[in-house]
Ligand binder design. Sequence first.
Ligand code: SF4
Length: 438
Amino acid sequence: MELVKKLSILADAAKYDVSCSSSGSKRANTPNGVGNAAVAGICHSWADDGRCISLLKILFTNYCIYDCAYCVNRVSNDRARAAFTAREVADLTINFYRRNYIEGLFLSSAVMKSPDHTMEQLVKVVRILREEHKFNGYIHLKAIPDADPSLIFQAGEYADRMSVNIELPSRKSLKLLAPEKEFDTIVSPMKNIGAGIIERKEERKKSRKVKKFVPAGQSTQLIVGASPEPDFHILKLSEGLYNKFNLKRVYYSAYIPVSTNPLLPTFKNPPLLREHRLYQADWLLRFYKFQADELLDRENPNFDIALDPKANWALNHLELFPVEINTADYELLLRVPGIGVKSAQRIIRSRRTGSISYYDLKKFGTVLKRARYFITCQGKYFGGIPIRDDLLRDRLSTDIAGSKQLSLFEQNNDSWSNVEEKADSYLNDIPLLTGGSE
Ligand code: SF4
């Protein structure tokens, strides 16, 4: 098969992985223009310093020995298949890099022949790139669950970032929809990569000559809406991954129906708003010192789609508001809707030199149209309405009329009957990550 054909099949097959996002636009070059945009193949990611980098995003192969019901590459799906050789991927990457199309590589793969065989191929690619081509650009590499730990360790010597996709957020769902996979074999490489990163950091404290291991950290992806786990379960799982395995990012991917399997829900639109709320909540865990238990609980296991999770939390804790901008501590300022990390820091800094007025807040980056209902400034309240749940809920709700959001448990199959009861039982499914005994 021609290389171009392989590239088109394997770039398209990689678009379902959101661990770094595809450019999503297709635009032909104009007569005097330079470059074009492809819907798949080149994606963008962000470096630690905030720089946007373009990556060649491909699968090594979409031949797969497994039959995960939710996946377009499952063995039972009739579709065009292709596989690169390790040298082809390395040469493509270096050629695209030299032409300035890309600054790095995002390489994932289906499982061809066996996890070990696939991981060996991925290691070969990164070895050729780093050792033969002396490629110094960014590489994000997938770790194949169940592959020999020594192969994953070798990959970590070359890659900047690694990720193992959990995909389905509970053992039960994995058993149902991806019966050939085991939760523990997915989590185990994460554990090893996490331990490797920490170990190497310790060694580097003694000698800077020690090489970094997976310097950009590790990430994972969870599919939202293919299985009945509520938001609370998903968020608890993410929290466990951040705390126990030191993950850099958890990505959430709204399930896109690619199969008519009766075990899967059917809907017209992927649950994108739900995915968005999970990203917002994830942000609160990582930068706003929230815990999953503060945002949701067993009685309220799903986010209100119309409200962002921080506003929802504030409405459930109205007894704490309004807070006085000139005296509230940093932690409480962070919890005010409309005040972000930077604006809270600026408020604290500015307070040292004098009292802050309501009109100063805008230049600190505070979003007053949200914050004004939750604060006083120099003792004065600017909300204009009483601090009442119903009134504030009305002001803060996103207008979602017209954008139809999938009900969490809208589905057409019997396997999800009594789903509310089942969803609750999922909360106990992963004690390792939810704080229970290991
Ligand atoms: S192992 Fe990965 S590529 Fe293969 S069917 Fe499952 S999810 Fe798809």
